[in-house]
Design a protein around this ligand. Structure first.
Ligand SMILES: [Mg+2]
Length: 213
């Protein structure tokens, strides 16, 4: 497998790992509030949980990673590791692209936890990229849950699937509600790539006729 392979660019938090579920548990402890009082219907940045009077999102994030091993301990999203194993066996090159280094000073911890987690759940990958600008990395099809990332990738003409959660309900298709959907959409794109008909899904090259599911 090499750079001529079909490359699947995979976001981790909120797509392969249950980031919001893990953060909810940690936030309940950090805020000393019952977990039921924290709505699971969050938007990007978790403003619904009233973090500002405790120092804001970044303080919670720092606690979660450095004191609770967030990236080592979060549960995988249902079916995600097994589906990635199947796609890898089919010849799809998995390229993980994550923005987990956005806070300074604990990069070693963030990277170490990430690698341990990927190994512990037997998630196959050829490339592991810690990047903010995901479009600069390059992939034939991407999956992400952040509205900003999905919009930015599509605006660059990148074929991007949005993985459903409460942060992205307003984002248009193509969309995967489950990893079964991901498998189908990625294999469809793979087939289109093999036959030379893979269209662009971005704002500049969006072709609704080619979007299924
Ligand atoms: Mg994400």
């Amino acid at each position: 497998m090499d750079e001529s392979s079909f490359i699947f660019g995979v976001d981790l938090d909120g797509v392969v790992g249950d980031f919001y579920g893990a953060m909810r548990t940690i936030a309940a402890e950090w805020l000393d509030r019952p977990i039921e009082s924290l709505t699971p219907e969050v938007s990007f940045g978790l403003s619904e949980w009233g973090l500002d009077e405790y120092g804001g999102y970044e303080k919670l994030h720092r606690f979660a990673v450095t004191q609770r091993g967030l990236f080592r301990n979060m549960e995988p999203v249902r079916d995600a590791p097994a589906t990635l194993r199947k796609l890898s066996v089919r010849g799809v090159r998995i390229r993980i692209i994550t923005h987990r280094l956005f806070l300074k000073y604990f990069h070693r911890e963030a990277i170490a936890q990430t690698i341990e987690w990927l190994d512990a759940h037997d998630i196959p990958y050829w490339d592991l990229c810690f990047m903010k600008d995901k479009g600069a990395v390059g992939a034939h099809v991407y999956i992400d849950d952040s509205p900003e990332n999905v919009e930015s990738l599509r605006a660059q003409g990148c074929h991007t699937i949005v993985f459903s959660n409460s942060t992205n309900r307003a984002i248009p298709k193509p969309r995967a509600d489950t990893w079964e959907d991901v498998e189908r959409l990625v294999l469809e794109a793979y087939e289109e790539w093999r036959t030379g008909t893979l269209g662009l899904f971005g704002a500049s090259g969006y072709d609704p006729g080619s979007v299924r599911g």
